[in-house]
Ligand binder design. Structure first.
Ligand SMILES: Cc1cc2nc3c(=O)[nH]c(=O)nc-3n(C[C@H](O)[C@H](O)[C@H](O)COP(=O)(O)OP(=O)(O)OC[C@H]3O[C@@H](n4cnc5c(N)ncnc54)[C@H](O)[C@@H]3O)c2cc1C
Ligand SMILES: *[C@@H]1O[C@H](CO)[C@@H](O)[C@H](O)[C@H]1NC(C)=O
Length: 382
């Protein structure tokens, strides 16, 4: 049994940022991570050509900037290097291969009682913590929709987190399901590697350039969101034209409002739209079912495919191990309270990185959490 002041679950950017902020106040913590490395999403579950979607000034963790000569849009390898440097700078040493099994609040002892599994030894570990920080990410388990007949599909069907490059799909007919940033970029990667590529775009999306998003985020610091949204929509219409006839509809709400009210991001075009306009990538509507290698679409088309990539996002698994977390998380494992009050629950329970606000949101959460823990500890001692 180990007594700790703060237990942090997850050594992704959110856990590391929280650890660094606690270190600034000399507050001791333990950080547990189920994988054998930090930031496994970035090291092991991201495609080769991935760069940070947002400009670097919106992607810094607390207390450490990117090198001055870093490119505006940080490539995956450089981001991983930044995290390694960050860990060294703040002397962060996670307990790896340690997976949370359960944690519940002991009302009589006023602390969190935690069971974790040492995955290397196959043994159980027990912790007692005053403070518990959930930093296990919005991306902890693959979300694959339940499509009738999917089990009958004979080809390769993978989640986007296992997709590395289009090289191995050259010459094949591939269907990408999902039109967020991952889906749109993977479709582009497939097509440019010579796969006959189709993409399912079901809901309306804002397609923008990364420069426009940067401009929008910068303007939003000074101007009302509605005004920024009007500018962005005008600019995207000018740049991309009307995409409705290519199967891409625009949401009624503007991109900045949509992000702030629903957490849904605009999609950054990496060249996909051009390929769609030229008919090199085909856009499809909803799937009604799969019969062997044939995918049947809502409007009656029946098309054979050799592979499917599910860019259908992730789901949280926090509720599988967190008991007594109702004050903070809903049944889907996401914060109940609205931003900016989402990061704190009852009984010294916190979450970092669950508000769908990317790395900037993570940095803000980490600071708020460390400040709050500091003030609670201060009041306990004084
Ligand atoms: C493809 C992709 C591109 C992105 N691009 C950007 C971008 O450009 N800019 C931006 O701001 N954001 C971006 N994001 C958002 C992304 O979520 C964050 O950048 C960041 O990785 C989230 O950090 P996190 O620490 O909250 O979660 P994660 O990075 O998922 O880390 C959580 C950690 O917790 C561990 N864990 C989970 N469950 C347990 C358990 N039970 N026990 C122990 N450990 C556990 C996991 O193994 C993982 O290492 C992107 C996301 C994806 C998927
Ligand atoms: C590519 O896929 C489309 C269906 O999306 C199909 O109509 C077309 O014949 C395919 N082209 C080749 C060269 O296989």
């Amino acid at each position: 049994m180990e007594n700790v002041v703060v237990l942090i679950v997850g050594a992704g950017p959110a856990g590391l940022a929280t650890a660094a902020c606690l270190t600034q106040f000399s507050i001791p913590y333990v950080i547990v991570e189920r994988e054998d490395c930090s930031a496994s999403l970035w090291r092991n579950r991201a495609y080769d050509r991935l760069k940070l979607h947002l400009a670097k000034e919106f992607c810094e963790l607390p207390h450490m900037s990117y090198p001055a000569d870093a490119p505006t849009y940080i490539p995956k390898a450089l981001f991983v290097k930044y995290l390694d440097d960050y860990m060294e700078r703040f002397d962060i040493q996670p307990k790896y291969l340690t997976s949370m099994e359960s944690s519940k609040y002991e009302n009589d002892k006023k602390c969190w009682s935690i069971v974790a599994r040492d995955m290397a030894e196959g043994t159980t570990m027990n912790f007692v913590a005053k403070f518990l920080v959930v930093a296990s990410g919005e991306n902890s388990a693959e979300n694959i929709p339940d499509i009738p007949g999917l089990h009958s599909f004979p080809g390769e069907a993978i989640h986007s987190s296992r997709y590395k490059s289009g090289k191995s799909f050259s010459g094949k007919s591939v269907l990408v399901i999902g039109s967020g940033n991952s889906g749109m970029e993977i479709a582009y990667d497939l097509a440019t590697h010579g796969a006959n590529t189709s993409i399912v775009i079901r809901s309306p999306i804002h397609v923008m350039t990364k420069e426009l998003i940067r401009l929008g985020m910068t303007l939003a610091q000074h101007l009302p969101l509605n005004l920024v949204d009007n500018l962005l929509v005008m600019a995207t219409k000018f740049i991309f034209g009307d995409l409705t006839r290519h199967g891409i509809r625009m949401p009624k709400m503007g991109p900045m409002n949509l992000k702030s009210k629903t957490g849904r991001s605009a999609v950054i075009d990496v060249g996909t739209v051009g390929l769609i306009k030229r008919g090199i990538i085909q856009v499809q509507g909803s799937i009604s079912k799969i019969m062997g290698n044939i995918v049947k679409f809502q409007y009656g088309d029946e098309i054979p495919f050799e592979a499917i990539v599910f860019a259908t996002g992730y789901k949280s698994t926090t509720n599988m191990w967190l008991k007594n977390g109702e004050s903070m998380l809903n049944d889907n494992g996401l914060p109940t309270k609205e931003y900016p009050n989402h990061w704190k629950g009852e009984n010294r329970l916190y979450c970092a990185g669950l508000a769908r606000r990317g790395l900037a949101g993570i940095a803000a959460d980490a600071k708020s959490i460390a400040d709050d823990i500091k003030s609670v500890i201060g009041s306990m001692c004084g």
